[in-house]
Design a protein around this ligand. Structure first.
Ligand code: SF4
Ligand code: SF4
Length: 300
């Protein structure tokens, strides 16, 4: 099985639309499982108009629907001598001082330092529920999707959980492609999402901020030695910086796999809850997507 991860650096470049559209086109010749690792704002299921399916009907355990992907400290006050050593040692200012120490759960990083210094053993550090995992059925295959709870921070760990589950689902049905809708940025969730990837599909748009963020994510990918290619979305955007993007790619010897034109058929299709290649197959953007899917199919 091959694993392709779609990244962009900057959010809002059309990453999920491209992932969903590509999956729809590739599913004619390939068995695909999708993973949505944008755990702060998963939306691939919206693009593909999926229906949520009870996790228990696919997974072995019902509790896989909630995820414990981070550790937090808690205090047993009956054992606490109010020495406040835990407050002094916390580098994250996650313990408030009143007449007793109070852990602030949203800023606690679970480092365990307070547990180490506590003379009475009153502090415990253990896993807490910080997100959930969903399996969504769509017309092109299932999506394994993770969503972090509000205010939680262990997105890299949750991405790892999502990808492992997606690989298990793919193995169970003999899929030959795991297509991953990655998170924006270059932080922990991105690094977790590219682990074991065979190829990275980068989506960008002709704007200075998108090019800047593309450069950052390319540096990250190059560090890991994963091959990649670029898709320029809304390529002919009026006032756009297409020439700069093309120049950057040539300078860095990166392949431009496709240019998707700025096409009103795309938002029209999205508003109808459809993919552009389904709703408007003759649209210029649909034809560009078909060419891209053929290239990706050849690579596979
Ligand atoms: S586990 Fe670490 S971050 Fe959390 S309260 Fe203790 S020292 Fe602070
Ligand atoms: S270090 Fe332990 S005993 Fe001291 S205030 Fe913190 S929890 Fe209480």
């Amino acid at each position: 099985m091959k694993e392709i991860v779609v990244l962009s650096g900057k959010g809002g470049t059309g990453k999920s639309s491209l992932t969903g559209t590509l999956a729809s086109l590739l599913t004619e010749k390939h068995t695909i499982v999708l993973a949505d690792t944008d755990v702060d704002a998963p939306n691939l299921h919206l693009v593909l108009a999926g229906k949520e399916k009870e996790v228990s009907t696919i997974g072995k355990e019902k509790e896989v629907s909630t995820i414990k992907a981070s550790d937090k400290a808690s205090i047993e006050y009956d054992m606490c001598s109010r020495c406040m050593e835990c407050v002094d040692v916390c580098r994250f200012d996650s313990i408030l001082v009143t007449d007793q120490p109070i852990i602030i759960p949203h800023s606690c990083e679970g480092c365990g330092a307070c547990n180490l210094v506590c003379p009475t053993g009153a502090v415990q550090v253990g896993p807490v529920i910080n997100g959930c995992l969903r399996i969504v059925e769509t017309p092109v295959g299932i999506i394994v999707s993770g969503e972090l709870n509000i205010g939680e921070s262990s997105s890299g760990k949750l991405v790892e959980v999502v990808k492992n589950r997606a690989r298990a689902e793919a193995d169970s049905i003999g899929a030959d492609l795991l297509l991953v809708d990655g998170p924006p940025g270059i932080g922990c969730p991105v690094i977790a999402s590219v682990k074991k990837a065979d190829y990275i599909l980068l989506v960008t748009e002709p704007t200075p901020s998108a090019l800047h963020d593309l450069g950052r994510v390319i540096e990250t990918i190059v560090f890991f030695g994963i091959p990649c290619g670029v898709v320029l979305n809304r390529a002919d955007l009026p006032g756009g910086t297409r020439a700069e993007v093309v120049h950057y790619l040539q300078k860095n010897n990166l392949p431009l796999l496709a240019e998707i034109p700025y096409d009103l058929a795309m938002p029209m299709a999205l508003a109808e809850g459809e993919l552009v290649v389904k709703a408007y197959p003759q649209a210029i953007s649909s034809r560009a997507y078909v060419e891209l899917s053929q290239k990706v199919g050849e690579m596979l």
